[in-house]
Every structure is written in structure tokens, then in C-alpha cells.
Design a protein around this ligand. Structure first.
Ligand SMILES: [Cu+2]
Length: 151
């Protein structure tokens, strides 16, 4: 019985390790190039939750900025306003889109301007303890790209 128990435990641990490795995947990540005299910017991406449990993105960090927050856009008094949120939910076997006008990762007080063509590293933290590092290319966002993303 003892042997069976420890075997079971080993298998469970092994399986949860394997599951962790592929729980989240990120696609189409990018960060907005900073216009002159701007010290804040935002990053966008698709975050896939490949597990059977609904999970949450709870924080983000990066060396490029003094402060990194999770944000959302909401309509308030007929105006689009962005505000900080505690987390961003990603449903089981689904994805959440971070895009202009909606959820985004917000960067305050950039240490240096972001030039198009470079790539930044961004770390994401999830409520199940997972942490992943995302490479986000720096892109200029024009109205065209905004419209494309709002389809
Ligand atoms: Cu924001």
C-alpha cells in the first residue's frame, strides 16, 4: 500500500510538472514603439490556456520600465478610460486577447525609448504559479493596425 501510494504521488508530481510546461502559450506578442516625449507604453498578445482549469494572469514584469501593470479599458461617462486590474482571466482551453482598446500590459517610466525593430523581454505570472518569459517585438501602432485588431 505504501509503495502504491508513493508511486501514485510520483506519477501525480510528474504529470503536474508536464502540465505546467504547456499550460500557457503566447502568440502575436508585441509592444508599442514610443512616440517622442512618451515614457509609457503597452504590450499586447494572445494568451492561450491549454489546461482544463480557468486561470488568471496576475502580474507582469520587465527590466525596461520602472512599473508594469495589468490594465483594462472601460467605458465610463461615455469616455474610454484605462484602469488597473488585479488579474486577467483566461478560461479553460481558451485564450484571452490583449489588444488596443481592451486588456493590455502597461509600462510606466521607461528607462529608454523603444525603437521599432528591437525586441523586449516580458515576464508573465499566473495564479497557478506558472511564470513565462515572452519576447515582444517593438512595433509602431498606426490607426490601420488598430482597426485590424478590432475586427
Ligand atoms: Cu494602460
Amino acid at each position: 500500500m505504501k509503495l502504491i501510494n508513493s508511486l501514485f504521488l510520483t506519477t501525480t508530481l510528474l504529470l503536474s510538472c508536464l502540465a505546467n510546461a504547456t499550460t500557457f502559450s503566447v502568440e502575436d506578442a508585441y509592444i508599442r514603439a514610443t512616440p517622442p516625449h512618451t515614457q509609457n507604453t503597452a504590450a499586447f498578445m494572445h494568451i492561450n490556456n491549454n489546461s482544463d482549469k480557468s486561470l488568471k494572469l496576475v502580474a507582469a514584469s520587465s527590466d525596461i520600465a520602472e512599473r508594469v501593470e495589468l490594465h483594462s479599458h472601460t467605458m465610463s461617462d461615455g469616455m474610454m478610460k484605462m484602469r488597473q486590474v488585479d488579474d486577467i482571466a483566461i478560461n479553460a482551453n481558451a485564450y484571452t486577447e490583449l489588444r488596443p482598446g481592451s486588456f493590455h500590459v502597461m509600462f510606466f517610466d521607461l528607462k529608454a525609448p523603444l525603437a521599432e525593430g528591437t525586441t523586449i523581454k516580458l515576464k508573465l505570472y499566473f495564479d497557478n504559479g506558472d511564470e513565462i518569459i515572452v519576447d515582444a517585438p517593438v512595433k509602431k501602432i498606426t490607426m490601420q493596425t488598430k482597426i485590424k485588431h478590432n475586427h
